[in-house]
Structure formats: structure tokens, C-alpha cells
Design a protein. Structure first.
Lengths: 391, 435
């Protein structure tokens, strides 16, 4: 098979990104009778269980920058973020009609209440609020979570009309271990050579993982790494930043591009954390649910949606990333009206500031159109970092 | 919380209870825990002689005294976003301004933050923020969301386990007092007694005219059970006095009490969803009673515990399990279909003219989904609904003219319905356009 070029791969991902009819997922479903698709929202669901049920996990991240929200405003007040209104619009306009069930993770009260909206409006669909523990002790939060995972497994078994065996679960865990490994390799590669893997390309690659089956997504990431390495791209005099706060409603692609064009290489971020939520490989033998449970409790990423019992550790995930990636600054980019991100921000900012790490804050909506102020803000930030490091 | 008319014995009693509690908190002689109204574990704290300080109530007090506006601005100046819950910012601003309690004395730093994470995500962040300031022991009680309408055994077990292995050991450590489950049973027995009278009180609003207002008046009536008094003899006494007063009003055929005396004529009966606005509480209330509108049921009077809908009472025979069920059952921990069912049943059973939603900018827990809830309740009841938008303690988001206009058109809509003799849903008065 001829190797694909970066452009081919990125065009392919762009097409998936722009396609609000989710044609690829529809095609996957239609390819074999009885196939089912389970939608999920940020920030984390154990996709392994969906996969083991023979179903396609489909990440729903709102309508993006180009979607005209027609009905959503009749469902949400102006002071609520945009992702639920565009998501409901997707559903009302039939774009999610092929989705057999939805999982709403416990990230905030907006997504939580969206569970109820689905229950009221789409009574024929499977709906589950996916609760994760805020107590991280094995015998307390762990026991609760293992039960929740068991319930999810039972629900999906019923929907699938068949049992999900431990062996199938372990196989799916292996598939996602591999997928996470490729995701991490792409992130490592970008951090090592950010001029060869621009942030918007990496973003689109990760978005493709919301729609494609994990095996296909892993192959795509592998192809991209090979193609990017083969290509000659100019190194710019950019500074290195980590972007944080964008774990739910996604920034418009133009915002990501603008930041990089303004002189900041994004060397890490928290977009679509589901792709790399678990920080270590999950064992593929033994009790699969217990393994997923332990991974969540002890080896998962930190976001505003998770309680940090130890104040000293607050912000350590971000600080760790800054160190690991050799970042010179942080861009706190939160969706407007996002309580989790915005309430968490002052605490994280404090820790970043205490370490004299330069930072800026910005707010966006998935459909923000005006990029000039973002470019200016990021450009000034990049200049100040360069001055800082020169002095 | 004062009213202009001559105070009744229950009002005097409540005033005295609040004063004593603030004096206790600010005395420096007792250990103090900050905790939240929904899912508060007052009886458990009492087992350790720990006083209960509720930051939401402080924010409300500051809102009613018109002090919250400056506090919020202060918090925003120090880096808190304009977009987030104003209770949090009022609290942080209050701290920055010396943390003066409503009795004029400085609030001591809490000995403990008891984070009852019940029905609201913001609670978790709020106490993480406070922990940064106070650096005191913090213990979290995670109450899962009853997303399918009823709690599961797994949820209950999880809460009980946290109580046993996290919360109680921390309370023992902070207080130096050993946990005595019989003491807890005794307090829970007292809670249940007060709760019986409370439910009796709520249900009197089914009468015509209703002898009480269950929203504006209701926030006073719920005060003791929602705050630091559940499980005390004081609360039992308060509800006994209140009951006697309501019985008297019923005998005399009186309508609801307002700050300007008895409501002369009950023209409209409403069910209200959502918390009230506190910065213009009196003006807001006046817009109702001036038009002869009484609120016969409200979801806000369920925010610190639901006692009427499915008959929950604290149960001394199953102390920890009953605390778990209490936490699981608070209004904002229930899913939207259950909330719709509660409101629709209220409209029907209390023979209300319709549902009014006061949508609060601060509060995603209440507000996200209310427009769908409104349409569902209309469908189920055939009664018209209306939608207004305000905020809790941020005076910038209370537009009196706007609210008054909305209410007037809503009352006209109800009149029209009556004249037409029909009861089908009408187009709701919404103001939900994204600017
Ligand atoms: S953007 Fe923030 S507030 Fe909105 S749904 Fe996501 S986490 Fe919740
Ligand atoms: S978001 Fe709502 S429930 Fe939560 S603290 Fe604010 S007002 Fe209270």
C-alpha cells in the first residue's frame, strides 16, 4: 500500500471533523446488521466496554464553529455554554438519529441535566448518566465505580442482546491500550518537533478518534507519524505553550491555528482527554472491570471535573505536563460560562504564577468567529516569553 | 430576615435561633464546620458539638442587606470569572472584606470544610477554593446523582461507606469527641418530628385561599429545617408555633401573609421553579402580592430536602442510611423527569394557574434544562407557564422593569385563559434569546 501524505491524512480527518451527519459512523453501522452506536460526551467514558459489546463509541463534541444553531436557543438560556445547545440541535435535526444510546459523563451540571433532557425528549433511546467516583479509595469509591461499570456492562449486554465476556473486555482493553500508545506517540512527537506536527493537524487527528473505530484510528496515527517525519517543514522561532481548560466544549479550529500562527507552538493540551485519560497501560488479564476501575482511581488525568483530595497535588497534572514538555508558558482557554474550567482556573493560575511561569487567559465559544484579538493576545504573549527567556 | 408587620411568635423564635447560632459561631468557643444547605449533615455535626456555618446563607444575608454586589466585584477583581456562580464570589468577596458575620462580629476560620457534594457541581470547586484560603481539614461526601429518578443500593452503600470511613473519622479527629450512634438517633427522631409539621404546613397551601406563600414566605418557613437547626428542640418548637399560627389563619379564612399584612384577595395561584432573587427580594415579592398572586408550591422549598413528594423522613432506626437517602433526595439531585413530575403534580394538586420559572444565571444545577421542563409541565397540566431570568445575589442581573413586564403579561395570559374557559397551554413568555 502506498504511503499516505500528510495532506491526504489531514484532509481525511478534516472531512470527518466537518461532517455533522457522522457519515463514517453511519457507514460503520450499516456495514453489518445489528450493529449499534453509542454516543458519549466529554470528558471520559470507558470506551472499552462499548467496544467489547461490538458497538461503536461515538464522541459527540457539539456542533463546532460552522453549525448554525436553529433550535438550541429555545432549549438553553443565553448564560449557558454552547455545547449543550448545539448538541440538542444535532439531535433535533436528526443528525443523531442513528445513535442507539447516549452516555453523559459526570463532568458538570449542564451535561448532567442534558441526561434528563434526553430522557424527556428521546424516550426510545438508551440514556445513561455515567457517574464516576470523587472518592479515590479502592474500598470506597472503587467499590462504587466497579458497580457502575457492572451496570453499564449489563445495560450494553441488554442492548446488544448478548453477553460481554471477560475475554472480549480484555481484548478491547488491549485495543485501547494500543490506541492510547499511538495517541501518546503523536503527542510526544509533536512536543519533540512541533514544526513537523502543527497543533491543528494533531487536533484533527484526535477528533478522528471520536468517530473512527479505535483500530482504524491507531492505524491513522501510525501513518501520520510516518508521513510527518518524511516531510520537510520549516522550524519557526515559536515559543512552547501548553493549552488548558478546553476539555469539554471545543475551541474552534481557527483558534488553535491562530495561536500557532501568532508564534506559540502548542506542545500539550487537554482537548479530547478521553483519548489519553488513563495514564498507564491497563492490564489485559484478570478481572477487566476491576482493572479499568483501578486505572481510573489511580492513573487518570486531572481535570476540573475531578476532586483533588490533596491540596498539595492540585494542578500537578498541568505542572507535570509543563515540565515534561519543556513548555515556556500556559494558555488558559476556557469556554464561556464553563463553571468547572472557570472555577478551577484561579487555583491553577496561582500555582503557575508562583512558579513564575508566564500565562494568559482567554475565553471562547465553539463558534467564536473573531480571531484577530486571539492572534494579538497570543502574539504579544509569544513576544513576552521570548523577551523573558532572552533576559 | 425581618418583616415590617408585627412579628409573630414563630418569627420571633426564628430570629432568636439565628442570632444564637451566629453568636455561637463567632464566640470562638466551639468548633465550626462550613458546609452546604443541600445534603447538609446537621444532625451528624451536632454529635460532635460542631457548629454549622452555611456559606450560601451568608451570601443570602449579604444579598438581602445589599452588600453582595461589592463582594462579587471584589472577587472578580481578584481573578474570578464573571460567568460563574455568584454565591461563590459573594463568599470569597466576604472573606476579602474581613469575613464579618451578620451579627457584626468576625467569622472565625472554620475548623473543617465538610464538602457535601450534593446536587451541585459548583460545591466541589467552591470548597477547593476555600481550602486554599483556610488550609483546614476538608472532607468530601460525594453524593451520586439520582439520574434514573430513584437512588440505587450502590449509591446508598457508597454514601454510608464514606460516612463511616471518611466523614465520621474526620469529625472525631477535629472535635476530639467519639461518635455515638444513639446520639445521632435521638437527633434524627427530632428531625422527623419537625419534618412532619413542615409537610403539614406545605400542604395547607392546597386550601383556597392559601394561608401561606410557599416561595417568598416559604424561604422563611424552611429556614430552620434547611440550616443549622434540623434535629434540635428549637426546630420542633418553631414548627409547632408556625403550625398554630397557620391553623389560626385557616380558621379566620385569611390568605397568605405578606410584608404589608394579609393578602386581601387571592387572584392567582402559582407554582414556582428556581431560587428567588435576594438582592431585590422585597421588590420581587411585591410584584406578586400587589397583583394578588400567591405561590402555592415551589421547588426552592425542596432544595434542602424533599419531604412531601415521596414521604421521606429521617429515620432513627437506620441512621446512616437515612442520611444517605436524605442527601440523595434533595431536589437538585433528582433528574429532570422527576423534577417535571413534581412540578406538574404541584400544579394539579394545588390547583395552580400555572408554572413560573425564575431562571437563575448563576445556577446551572437548577437552570440547565428549565426551558424543556417548562414545556413538559405545560403539556402535562394544560396550564400556561412563564419564564423570567434573574440572579441570586448579583444586583446587576435583576432588571425590575423586565421582570414586572413579564409577570404582568403572564397574569394577563392567565386571565385570558380563564375568560376563554380553556386550559390548553399558551405560548410561554420566554426571554431566552442568546444575545
Ligand atoms: S463547557 Fe463546561 S459548563 Fe459547558 S457542558 Fe462542558 S464542562 Fe459543562
Ligand atoms: S450553582 Fe446553584 S446550587 Fe450550586 S452553589 Fe451556585 S446557586 Fe447553589
Amino acid at each position: 500500500m502506498a504511503t499516505k501524505s500528510v495532506k491526504q491524512i489531514v484532509d481525511f480527518c478534516q472531512e470527518i471533523y466537518a461532517d455533522l451527519d457522522f457519515t463514517r459512523a453511519r457507514q460503520w453501522k450499516e456495514a453489518e446488521p445489528g450493529r449499534k452506536v453509542i454516543g458519549y460526551m466529554p470528558v471520559y467514558v470507558p470506551r472499552e466496554i462499548i467496544h467489547a459489546a461490538g458497538m461503536l463509541p461515538l464522541g459527540i463534541l457539539g456542533g463546532g464553529a460552522d453549525m448554525e444553531v436553529i433550535h438550541g436557543d429555545a432549549y438553553y438560556q443565553s448564560y449557558i455554554c454552547r455545547i449543550p445547545r448545539s448538541t440538542i440541535d444535532l439531535a433535533i435535526t436528526g443528525k443523531l438519529d442513528f445513535v442507539d444510546g447516549m452516555l453523559f459523563p459526570s463532568i458538570c451540571d449542564v451535561i448532567r441535566n442534558l441526561t434528563g433532557i434526553w430522557q424527556l425528549m428521546f424516550k426510545e433511546k438508551y440514556v445513561r448518566y455515567f457517574d464516576t467516583p470523587q472518592n479515590f479509595r479502592d474500598e470506597i469509591g472503587g467499590r462504587f465505580y466497579a458497580h457502575e461499570l457492572g451496570e453499564l456492562r449489563a445495560d450494553l449486554e441488554e442492548l446488544a442482546g448478548r453477553k460481554i465476556s471477560d475475554a472480549q473486555l480484555n481484548r478491547s482493553i488491549a485495543v485501547y491500550n494500543e490506541n492510547r500508545e499511538w495517541v501518546n506517540r503523536v503527542y510526544d512527537y509533536r512536543s519533540a518537533t512541533p514544526w513537523k506536527a502543527p497543533a491543528f493537524e494533531v487536533y484533527l487527528l484526535m477528533r478522528a478518534g471520536m468517530v473512527l473505530p479505535p483500530e482504524e484510528h491507531s492505524a491513522l496515527l501510525r501513518d501520520y507519524l510516518a508521513a510527518a517525519e518524511a516531510e520537510d517543514r520549516p522550524l519557526r522561532d515559536n515559543c512552547r505553550v501548553v493549552m488548558t481548560g478546553s476539555f469539554c466544549e471545543q475551541p474552534p479550529l481557527n483558534l488553535i491555528k491562530s495561536i500557532e500562527l501568532a508564534g506559540c507552538y502548542i506542545v500539550d493540551d487537554d482537548f479530547m482527554l478521553v483519548n489519553r485519560w488513563l495514564l498507564e497501560e491497563v492490564p489485559t488479564d484478570g478481572d477487566p472491570l476491576a482493572n479499568l476501575c483501578r486505572a481510573f482511581l489511580h492513573h487518570s488525568a486531572e481535570t476540573a471535573a475531578k476532586y483533588e483530595a490533596d491540596m498539595e497535588k492540585k494542578g500537578s497534572y498541568l505542572l507535570g505536563l509543563i515540565e515534561k514538555r519543556g513548555a515556556e508558558g500556559v494558555i488558559f482557554a476556557a469556554p464561556s460560562f464553563c463553571d468547572p474550567a472557570l472555577l478551577d482556573q484561579p487555583m491553577i493560575v496561582r500555582r503557575v504564577a508562583e512558579r513564575n511561569i508566564p500565562y494568559i487567559t482567554m475565553q471562547y465559544a465553539e463558534n467564536s468567529g473573531q480571531m484577530q484579538p486571539i492572534r494579538e493576545q497570543a502574539g504579544t504573549f509569544a513576544d513576552s516569553i521570548k523577551l523573558w527567556s532572552a533576559s | 430576615m425581618s418583616q415590617d408587620v408585627v412579628k409573630s411568635p414563630s418569627q420571633l423564635k426564628q430570629k432568636e435561633m439565628i442570632r444564637r447560632n451566629y453568636d455561637k459561631i463567632t464566640s470562638g468557643e466551639v468548633k465550626v464546620s462550613s458546609t452546604f444547605v443541600p445534603g447538609n449533615l446537621n444532625e451528624l455535626l451536632m454529635c460532635f458539638d460542631i457548629a454549622n456555618n452555611l456559606p450560601e446563607i451568608n451570601a443570602i444575608q449579604n444579598g438581602m442587606r445589599k452588600k453582595s454586589g461589592e463582594m462579587i466585584v471584589e472577587a472578580e477583581r481578584s481573578g474570578h470569572s464573571e460567568d460563574v456562580c455568584t454565591y461563590v464570589k459573594a463568599d470569597i468577596g466576604m472573606m476579602a472584606r474581613g469575613n464579618i458575620a451578620p451579627n457584626g462580629k468576625p467569622m472565625p476560620d472554620p475548623d473543617l470544610l465538610l464538602l457535601s457534594y450534593t446536587g451541585c457541581f459548583t460545591f466541589m470547586k467552591w470548597f477547593e477554593l476555600l481550602r486554599e484560603e483556610y488550609r483546614c481539614p476538608t472532607v468530601m461526601l460525594h453524593v451520586p446523582y439520582a439520574a434514573d429518578g430513584r437512588p440505587t443500593q450502590n449509591m446508598r452503600d457508597y454514601i454510608v461507606k464514606q460516612l463511616k470511613e471518611e466523614v465520621i473519622p474526620t469529625l472525631e479527629q477535629v472535635s476530639g469527641i467519639k461518635f455515638d450512634i444513639d446520639r445521632l438517633r435521638e437527633y434524627l427522631r427530632k428531625s422527623a418530628r419537625a419534618e412532619d409539621d413542615l409537610v403539614w404546613m406545605l400542604e395547607q397551601a392546597k386550601r383556597k385561599p392559601s394561608p401561606i406563600d410557599c416561595y417568598f414566605g416559604g424561604v422563611y418557613y424552611m429556614g430552620p429545617i434547611f440550616t443549622a437547626f434540623r434535629g434540635t428542640d428549637d426546630a420542633i418548637e418553631y414548627y409547632r408555633l408556625l403550625r398554630a399560627e397557620i391553623e389560626q389563619r385557616i380558621e379566620q379564612g385569611l390568605g397568605a401573609m405578606t410584608p404589608e399584612g394579609d393578602m386581601p384577595e387571592e387572584k392567582y395561584r402559582l407554582v414556582v421553579e428556581g431560587p428567588p432573587n435576594w438582592t431585590s427580594f422585597r421588590d420581587f415579592w411585591k410584584m406578586f402580592y400587589e397583583e394578588g398572586a400567591v405561590v402555592v408550591a415551589s421547588s426552592y422549598t425542596k432544595v434542602g430536602g424533599v419531604y412531601d413528594y415521596d414521604g421521606f423522613r429521617h429515620d432513627p432506626e437506620h441512621p446512616l442510611e437515612s442520611l444517605a437517602d436524605y442527601c440523595l433526595g434533595v431536589y437538585t439531585n433528582r433528574n429532570l423527569p422527576t423534577r417535571v413530575d413534581m412540578l406538574a403534580r404541584n400544579v394539579i394538586e394545588y390547583e395552580a394557574d400555572g408554572l413560573l420559572i425564575n431562571s437563575i444565571k448563576s445556577c446551572n444545577s437548577f437552570s440547565a434544562g428549565q426551558l424543556v421542563m417548562m414545556r413538559e409541565v405545560e403539556k402535562l397540566t394544560g396550564k400556561p407557564a412563564a419564564f423570567i431570568e434573574t440572579d441570586l445575589v448579583d444586583p446587576r442581573y435583576f432588571s425590575a422593569a423586565n421582570v414586572k413586564n413579564r409577570l404582568e403579561s403572564y397574569f394577563q395570559m392567565i386571565d385570558q385563559k380563564r375568560r376563554a374557559g380553556g386550559s390548553g397551554p399558551a405560548a410561554p413568555a420566554t426571554m431566552n434569546k442568546r444575545s
